[in-house]
Design a protein around this ligand. Structure first.
Ligand code: NAD
Length: 361
């Protein structure tokens, strides 16, 4: 019988090619007059462009965002915001830059206007992360949720094809786990299924023709839906494993999601049949796990942890870490099961649909 809780997160989204032109009026709408712009060193030029568009409403550019928000970077950015008297942060970039804006908002309540340039989805979530002494802490706090998000697909044209593929698979992972989340609800499940459909349709075209704005738009639309899914409901085994692999073994974020996802889906398939059939339907595949694997393969994305530099000798430790601290997962977590999953992900073997496995047994 239907029973659920659904919290709606407040944020304003402007979507469309060229919508970056609306930045000045959106900053005005927020009532901000002293925006601190944030970027990575690699996207400094985009940061400068945003500063120029803001004119007198910008007080500076902090261009030192890096992956996983080291506490030292967060403190430096917080100091800069204080020193300049900023009343708003404008983050132009991927999850790392949005994450830095969130680190500032967490201690200052400054509103964030996010201009995403990848498919990571952080701009739609109240989730923050900070890394201190090699350990990444995360939490949920609605103060860090961007107030306004400008999705301009033309800003993704510069994303290399392979980063587009893995970043898109990262977004699909948010949708997949939303469908079997402990807080799953009918609205978010519709959003998640549509997210998978848009990403699975848009990504192959993006990889083939990275300059095509139609497929860039469709993919970014899917990434928005992935971000909404991640922000609204809790995640499970897949995100826990990727967090462990990224945090403790320094594996790259989007690539790790790409490799692990089909195997996490295969692990959970027997316990979440309805979610799996929705995922398979959105992918146009016979089974969720196989469909996800085949999509990654067709994009030319990495499919094994070995290819990402993981050492076979570390798999036992990952399995140990993944069973520590209980967390929700549709299928109970067993150390042996996780170890077998990791083995498959390490070698990049094609997962077998549970119905085929069952027939073979
Ligand atoms: P990223 O932000 O680290 O970007 C990777 C690199 O690509 C950077 O050098 C960046 O400057 C560059 N880049 C970004 N957009 C580009 C573009 N359009 N063209 C060319 N280069 C571009 O990568 P990401 O995958 O977006 O973010 C990963 C980080 O975000 C991780 O730390 C992850 O934990 C975090 N994250 C957080 C949430 C959340 O809800 N808090 C959600 C997803 C990801």
């Amino acid at each position: 019988m239907l029973s659920f809780v659904y919290d709606i997160l407040p944020s304003r989204v402007i979507f469309g090619v060229g919508c970056l032109d609306r930045l000045p009026e959106e900053i005005e709408r927020l009532g901000a007059t002293k925006a601190l712009v944030l970027s990575t060193p690699e996207q400094r030029q985009s940061g400068l462009d945003v500063v120029a568009r803001l004119g007198g409403r910008a007080v500076g550019l902090f261009d030192r965002a890096v992956m996983h928000v080291p506490i030292e970077t967060a403190e430096a950015a917080r100091d800069e915001a204080r020193k300049l008297g900023a009343d708003c942060c404008v983050a132009v970039g991927g999850g790392s830059t949005t994450g830095l804006a969130k680190a500032i908002a967490l201690v200052s309540d400054l509103p964030i206007l996010a201009i995403p340039t990848t498919y990571a989805g952080s701009e739609m979530t109240p989730i923050w992360g900070l890394t201190e002494k090699g350990l990444k802490k995360t939490g949920r706090d609605v103060r860090v949720l961007p107030k306004t998000v400008l999705y301009d697909p033309s800003l993704t044209l510069t994303m290399p094809a392979m980063f587009s593929a893995t970043s898109g698979m990262n977004s699909i992972a948010h949708c997949v786990e939303a469908l079997y989340s402990k807080d799953a609800n009918p609205i978010i499940s519709m959003i998640a299924e549509e997210g998978i459909r848009s990403l699975a349709h848009g990504l192959p075209a993006v990889v083939k023709q990275p300059n095509d704005l139609d497929s860039r738009s469709e993919t970014m639309y899917g990434a928005w839906l992935g971000g909404v899914s991640l922000g609204a409901v809790g995640m499970a085994l897949h995100h826990k494993l990727c967090h462990t692999l990224g945090g403790s073994f320094n594996l790259p974020h989007a690539e790790t999601h790409t490799v692990v996802l089909p195997h996490a889906a295969a692990y959970n398939a027997p316990a979440a049949p309805e979610a799996m059939s929705r995922i398979a339907r959105a992918l146009g595949a016979d089974s969720a796990a196989e469909g996800l694997y085949d999509l990654a393969m067709s994009l030319g994305a990495p499919t094994s942890l070995e290819a990402l530099g993981m050492k076979a000798g570390d798999l036992d430790r990952v399995a140990d870490l993944a069973v520590q601290n209980p967390y929700y997962n549709p299928r109970p977590i067993s150390r042996d099961g996780i170890r077998a999953l990791l083995d498959d992900a390490f070698h990049g073997s094609r997962p077998q649909a549970s119905h085929k496995k069952a027939r073979a047994e």
